[in-house]
Design a protein around this ligand. Structure first.
Ligand code: LMR
Length: 343
């Protein structure tokens, strides 16, 4: 009798699962900066994701060519390309998710912060269009320096009266991906099975991988503390290493496109009401004294459903967190003051 009951329950669950898949939202994603180094790869990954129904690609040039190229891939989603500022509104209209990759990448000997002057204005202009064309969209910002550019984006939405902090994200997934990879390499474990939260911001000085909270749990005491320190530094300086290895031809594009696609797909899953979708992201936050802070967030239909904070830290992680706060706050202040008249 019990087995028959279980079978019936199982088949009911199957029907429910099918119903919930078939009633999935048709999610439209706009990629702004779509023909650049990150944009093209990200668009490819989104084109092959069943979570995305429609892709709108925008850039200053070549968007239509890239869109046509992608549109030949035999997945169900539609792809359209839009070139230049005049078509930005059209590229954003009716989108559920907007991903901003537009902006300059850094060169050897530059920090992410050195990009602020140019990239802040680019993101500001895109956000002005978002505020009008799709104020309800979830917006994921990849453009560097994320620490300072996100406050710029938030202020544009605030000034337009459409700011909802749950909907705006700085994408820091690559830091988590790197922490998983480097830890997996050190422990000879499959990195795909590891989850290391990374909190703080997205720069060498402000990001902090929390190895003590690795899941599945690892015994930190059995690892030489020097090794953990090296690992932390490896994560913090990984972006710069790629910039140097590319010798003036830009920064990471493949790994960041992978990480951004994972983040966008998680946003889609949250929008579709899937439970327990958790990612680390740089969001407006009251977890610390910093107005924006990267931590684990639970995603839902409106974006951030709950900020999960940073949990219990070791004494050393606490010290490192305190040490990074002044730089993070300065980065945020730079973004917050952008465009404000002095005095
Ligand atoms: C990265 O972490 O690879 C990106 O933020 C790009 C960069 O400039 O390092």
């Amino acid at each position: 009798v019990l087995s028959a009951c279980l079978q019936r329950l199982d088949s009911k669950l199957c029907i429910l699962r099918r119903l919930s898949t078939s009633s999935s939202l048709r999610i439209q994603v706009s990629v702004i900066g779509a023909t650049g180094g990150i944009g093209q790869k990200l668009s490819l990954l989104l084109k092959v994701s069943p979570q995305v129904s429609a892709l709108k690609l925008h850039d200053v040039q070549n968007s239509q060519g890239v869109a046509l190229d992608l549109s030949h891939i035999n997945t169900a989603s539609s792809v359209h390309g839009y070139n230049g500022p005049a078509s930005l509104h059209e590229a954003l209209a009716q989108s559920h998710i907007v991903v901003i990759t537009a902006g300059l990448p850094r060169q050897p000997n530059q920090t992410r912060a050195d990009l602020f002057k140019v990239n802040a204005d680019i993101v500001r202009d895109i956000m002005r269009a978002v505020a009008v064309a799709c104020p309800e969209a979830l917006v994921a910002v990849i453009t560097n320096p994320v620490n300072s550019v996100l406050p710029v984006a938030a202020n544009v939405l605030r000034d337009a009266g459409v700011h909802d902090p749950r909907r705006l994200f700085g994408v820091t997934t690559l830091d988590v991906v790197r922490a998983n990879t480097f830890l997996g390499r050190m422990l000879c474990k499959d990195p795909a099975t590891l989850k290391v939260p990374v909190i703080g911001g997205h720069s060498a000085e402000t990001m902090l991988p929390i190895f003590s909270q690795t899941s599945p749990c690892i015994d930190l005491d059995s690892i030489d503390s020097l090794k953990i320190r090296e690992l932390r530094d490896e994560v913090r300086h990984a972006g710069t290493k790629v910039v140097n290895a590319k010798e003036g031809l830009g920064s990471a594009t493949l790994s960041i496109a992978y990480a951004a696609a994972r983040f966008v797909i998680s946003l889609c899953r949250g929008m579709n009401g899937e439970r327990d979708v958790i990612e680390c992201a740089y969001v407006e936050s009251d977890v610390t004294d910093a107005k924006y802070f990267a931590s684990a967030v639970l995603l839902g239909p409106e974006g951030v459903k709950k900020n999960l904070g940073y949990g219990k830290l070791t004494d050393n992680e606490c010290k490192l967190l305190n040490a990074l706060m002044p730089q993070l706050m300065a980065d945020i202040e730079l973004g917050d003051n952008h465009g404000k008249k002095p005095g």
